[in-house]
Design a protein around this ligand. Structure first.
Ligand SMILES: CCCCCCCCCCCCCCCC(=O)SCCNC(=O)CCNC(=O)[C@H](O)C(C)(C)COP(=O)(O)OP(=O)(O)OC[C@H]1O[C@@H](n2cnc3c(N)ncnc32)[C@H](O)[C@@H]1OP(=O)(O)O
Ligand SMILES: CCCCCCCC/C=C\CCCCCCCC(=O)OC[C@@H](O)COP(=O)(O)O
Length: 251
């Protein structure tokens, strides 16, 4: 098979798997929990954790104990591909919902399962409406004791580096006065590259970093908080991906 055909087949299979398994998981969620609730994430996670075996992907996870903070927290991680959903479910703590773009809601059964799992949909094209939704989330995550997972780059980026961070995640953490827990996935570039049509089996290193406290911080500290997260995550990304030289340059 030519690499292009092989890539297309594997990606199509991934999408088909997502659509079919979402439909099955949706039935399970409705039967067990009856509607939209973060409790459904446990069911979704159990289904999605089997996906890696179809693609020969292995995850090596470090730092899971850093998720064991009392109460709500904001999780930020790097976002490389639609394949990230597998890495997300590999480590997802209990009572945790993700922030996603609202377009994802219209992906058939995949949109339905996201809705049932409690995913918070935002309109990226309207900063004011996204801000409003997220300030509401800042209140509910505290009263309902949930964690929220945001991809602060705001879009997929599979270059082996990080895009500059958007501010929304950090405003959310400061408004809710909850710690920020950074999670870093090693670069996919050795086994996955949509530009060169590469998609083979591979190993992904995942590291959950220690929580960064936000108690007492105000909106004036958001930029600083975001910059701190960015530099520790970038350093970790380069270390996990085996570019020690670049890690030194970025400090
Ligand atoms: C069974 C198997 C199938 C599948 C099973 C799936 C299961 C379930 C898995 C789900 C998986 C989901 C995966 C989703 C993955 C994505 O969809 S990623 C894309 C969507 N997510 C994001 O975009 C999050 C990150 N983005 C942000 O936080 C952005 O800041 C926002 C909120 C969208 C705003 O966007 P923007 O206007 O472009 O951004 P930005 O420049 O940051 O903000 C403009 C100004 O507003 C300020 N600002 C921003 N936010 C705020 C705020 N909240 N308060 C006050 N000021 C603010 C900024 O500080 C900035 O002001 P200055 O500092 O320049 O003065
Ligand atoms: C009836 C409609 C049928 C629609 C069929 C669509 C088929 C697609 C099926 C499965 C795809 C699996 C998607 C898993 C979810 C991953 C979410 C994700 O990673 O979204 C990308 C988003 O974070 C960033 O958006 P951009 O990089 O800015 O873009």
């Amino acid at each position: 098979l030519s690499p292009t055909v092989n890539f297309a087949l594997r990606i199509s299979f991934y999408c088909a798997l997502c659509l079919v398994v979402s439909a099955l998981a949706a039935v399970a969620c409705l039967l067990v929990n009856g509607g939209r609730t973060v409790k459904n994430m446990r069911i979704i996670k159990a289904f999605v954790k089997t996906f890696k075996y179809f693609f020969g992907l292995r995850f090596e996870v470090k730092g899971l104990e850093n998720f064991k903070v009392e109460g709500p927290a904001l999780i930020v991680s790097n976002h490389q591909s639609i394949l990230d959903m597998m890495g997300l479910m590999e480590v997802l703590p209990d009572n945790c919902v993700q922030v996603g773009k609202k377009e994802l809601m219209y992906m058939g059964s995949v949109g339905l399962i996201m809705y049932l799992g409690g995913v918070i949909f935002i309109n990226r094209k309207s900063t004011s409406s996204a801000k409003m939704v997220m300030s509401e989330v800042a209140k509910t995550m505290v009263t309902e004791n949930t964690k929220v997972w945001v991809y602060p780059e705001g879009t997929r980026n599979c270059t082996g580096d990080l895009l500059p961070f958007k501010k929304g995640a950090f405003h959310l953490a400061v408004q809710a006065q909850v710690p920020v827990i950074p999670v870093v996935y090693s670069s996919f570039t050795t086994f996955y590259n949509p530009k060169t049509k590469l998609f083979t089996s591979g190993k992904i290193k995942v590291e959950i970093l220690p929580p960064i406290e936000t108690k007492g911080l105000t909106s004036d500290d958001v930029t600083d908080l975001s910059d701190r997260c960015f530099s520790t995550m970038r350093e970790t990304l380069f270390r996990l991906s085996g570019h020690p030289g670049e890690a030194k340059d970025s400090s």
